[in-house]
Design a protein around this ligand. Structure first.
Ligand SMILES: [Fe+2]
Length: 298
């Protein structure tokens, strides 16, 4: 795409984008938080606030603690107002397409085989990194119905910041991770117990029509094969180091009635503890859309 800051040949465009990005990027997770009076009917000021956070960091955190947090219609209706309409349904999703992320490892149910449905930590990833390229997860939401008794924080990093830090280290690492065979997920049964064929693709890609940067990534070392060339291997190691120590990582502890809306940024979950009467419960939505914000009169 002409004049894209993500074009490795466009050094001046990259420099301008980079400096603006660093200047605008939130210094604290509190900068992401937008209180909402009525999530079912966003006001123009609330839309502006969400939009400005997403412009800076590809994510925002809303807060509506005065409403019943376990009401799934909150994240559902909020998403619709932010352009998230094509929800990825999956085998484990509830009927409305949102997945209830809650531990089932103690009950020995099927879902307990998959890390999201346990108390275990989840390492850095973007959602749907194993999807085929025509099923990219561009938008993601997490709504907190019930928080853990301890732990369960989400570390968050705008994938554009990961790109920036990696390109600053060595632009050739970006080229390596844009190769269409940089990352391969072997044929397997996935988190939703669906058989999936081998899936190769780039880590970083620029959308040819709209020009946004998209990232597919998991820090998992099992069930993933990185291209064997030295540059890709070095790029992957460097990315691991960046994710271990970036000063731009923002850590959120979602409380009931709070939620994340994002353009599928990099995220983790820390280990947590809860109890039968106080189960951590988050509703997750995965969308084929990016966030978009309705225009309104100033
Ligand atoms: Fe995730």
């Amino acid at each position: 795409m002409a004049n894209s800051p993500f074009d490795l040949a466009n050094e001046s465009g990259y420099r301008a984008w980079r400096n603006a990005k660093l200047a605008a990027y939130p210094r604290s997770v509190d900068d992401l938080i937008v209180p909402l009076g009525d999530p079912y009917h966003l006001t123009p000021a609330e839309i502006d606030s969400l939009e400005s956070r997403c412009a800076r960091a590809n994510m925002a955190i809303y807060s509506a603690p005065h409403l019943p947090a376990a009401d799934k219609s909150i994240p559902h209706q909020l998403a619709r107002q932010l352009g998230l309409t094509h929800l990825e349904g999956n085998y484990l999703a509830d009927e409305d397409g949102l997945s209830s992320i809650t531990p089932t490892d103690e009950a020995g149910e099927l879902r307990g085989e998959f890390i999201p449905y346990t108390h275990k930590p989840i390492n850095w990833h973007t959602d749907g990194y194993y999807n085929a390229l025509d099923r990219r997860i561009l938008g993601m939401t997490l709504h907190c119905a019930q928080d853990a008794e301890a732990g369960g924080e989400n570390a968050l990093l705008d994938h554009e910041m990961a790109y920036l830090q990696l390109r600053d280290t060595n632009p050739e690492y970006i080229a390596a991770l844009m190769q269409p065979d940089a990352m391969t997920i072997p044929a397997r049964m996935d988190e939703d117990n669906i058989a999936r064929p081998e899936q190769s693709g780039p880590v970083f890609a620029v959308d040819p029509a709209q020009g946004f940067l998209y990232m597919r990534y998991t820090a998992r070392t099992r069930s993933i094969v990185w291209k064997a060339d030295a540059l890709t291997q070095a790029a992957v190691r460097t990315l691991v180091d960046i994710l271990a120590g970036s000063e731009h990582i923002l850590t959120a502890r979602l409380r009931p009635g709070m939620g994340l809306v994002c353009n599928n940024v990099l995220h983790t979950r820390s280990a947590f503890s809860d109890s039968p009467g106080h189960r951590r419960l988050l509703y997750r939505g995965r969308y084929y859309d990016r966030l978009s914000f309705p225009a309104h009169a100033a």
